[in-house]
Ligand binder design. Structure first.
Ligand SMILES: Nc1ncnc2c1ncn2[C@@H]1O[C@H](COP(=O)(O)OP(=O)(O)OP(=O)(O)O)[C@@H](O)[C@H]1O
Length: 389
């Protein structure tokens, strides 16, 4: 097969962890997001093609080349192959959604749990991918749209012939309401942060949300909001994000300073009044990790530096869990290390860290010459995860 037209593996059938790579477009110098003056000055004189360290080779592989200044040393061009899909800098949110998120949502609508986590250096586009903006809605909004579209479509199919509750109308809004008498969608959203270098803690970001405590892998006190349609869901999330910890740094004008998790849960048969065990419901978790950062690059000091240490530690623990899972799967004699205990996020995501539930990772990277080190570290570290079952 022509490598340029390689097909994305069918995520629903594949047993492997979905590992996606998205390359952020180069933002113009001085545009928010690239604020380190040292790099801005240098790159102003370089032609655009010299600024690129990462290029799409095929739909599933990339070529990483050191910037010219580094090339004189020992480093050379490397190819990273086997991603579920590589998204080029001009890929749209819809394209990313279609290839990466939609199979997880379809699985979720069948009652299965799943998780998508965005992972990558600070400023590489994790938050943009997950939440997007008004003109480019992200994975969460697009997922809500798909959930409400598919559920109202299936309501139409299931309910019109039966004419439930004696309704004669074929008004789709009425049918849609009928559907949600039978099923409800709940959203919860929380962040894990570390204030002033103290112990990490979880905070509910929903209205009237409180501090949360974790018992085993369950958060006590996490509030769920019932969602009536996708716009309502989008509104709840946008309000919650106003409460999320963000700060300007040298690498991102609005850098996330916390790990943020959104959970969607559909509950069936609300009308029969039975209280079901929530543990059996399918939950779709979407995780926006705070971006690992190098001190030299961010120039963080004081509180920002303490936050950085927390962010880097969580990223490291997350990677150690996946590394251990991979080694254990390759050699079952090798025990699965209990790294998940070392951070709140991995404790919460334990089932995923132990390979018991389906997950997908999207690695986000910047392709500028000055991003070579960060991009190279991430690809070296994370590309083996594509072998995880
Ligand atoms: N695909 C994209 N298209 C256009 N702009 C993008 C894209 N990805 C990221 N950006 C822009 O780049 C900047 C940094 O992105 P974002 O805040 O999503 O990074 P991040 O990885 O979440 O960083 P951090 O870990 O510091 O929170 C933002 O201004 C964002 O709008």
């Amino acid at each position: 097969m022509d490598p340029a037209t390689e097909e994305t593996p069918d995520l629903a059938k594949s047993e492997n962890l979905g590992l996606f790579l998205r390359i952020r477009p180069l933002l113009q110098s001085g545009v928010r997001g690239d604020r380190n003056p040292r790099f801005r000055r240098k790159s102003a004189f370089e032609p655009w093609f010299q600024k690129m360290c990462l290029r799409v080779k095929t739909s599933r592989s990339v070529t990483l080349s050191p910037p010219l200044a580094l090339e004189r040393g020992r480093t050379k061009t490397e190819v990273y192959n086997g991603f579920s899909q590589v998204f080029s800098p001009d890929s749209s949110q819809e394209e990313v959604y279609e290839k990466m998120m939609s199979p997880l949502v379809e699985d979720f609508l069948k009652g299965n749990s799943g998780m998508l986590a965005a992972f990558g250096p600070s400023g590489s586009g994790k938050t943009h991918t997950i939440f997007g903006c008004n003109s480019q809605p992200g994975m969460v909004t697009l997922a809500l749209q798909q959930i409400f579209k598919e559920t109202s479509d299936s309501a139409r199919l299931d309910l019109i012939p039966a004419k439930p509750f004696g309704l004669e109308s074929d008004n789709p809004f009425i049918l849609y309401d009928i559907f949600f008498l039978l099923r409800s969608l709940f959203i919860s959203i929380f962040e894990i942060r570390c204030e002033g270098g103290k112990e990490e803690r979880a905070f509910d970001l929903s209205p009237n949300g409180v501090d949360l405590t974790m018992h085993r892998s369950t958060l006590k006190g996490l509030h769920e909001v019932v969602i009536s349609d996708w716009r309502h869901g989008e509104f709840v999330i946008s309000q919650a994000l106003l409460r999320r910890a963000t700060s300007p740094t040298n690498t991102n004008s609005q850098s996330s300073r916390s790990q943020c998790v959104i959970n969607l849960r559909i509950v069936d048969d609300k009308s029969n009044g039975e209280v079901k065990d929530q543990a059996n419901d399918g939950v779709l978790s979407i995780v926006d990790l705070a971006g690992a950062e190098r001190e030299k690059r961010t120039g963080n000091q004081g509180v920002r530096l303490l936050e950085s240490n927390f962010i880097n530690k969580t990223s490291m623990v997350f990677c150690l869990c996946l590394r251990s899972l991979l080694e254990h799967q390759k050699n079952p004699m090798k025990p699965l290390e209990k790294h998940f205990q070392d951070s709140l996020l991995t404790k919460y995501l334990r089932a995923y860290m132990e390979g018991k539930k389906r997950m997908a990772l999207i690695l986000t990277v910047k392709a500028g010459g000055e991003d070579y080190h960060n991009t190279s570290c991430l690809l070296k570290q994370a590309s083996p995860y594509m072998e995880i079952k």
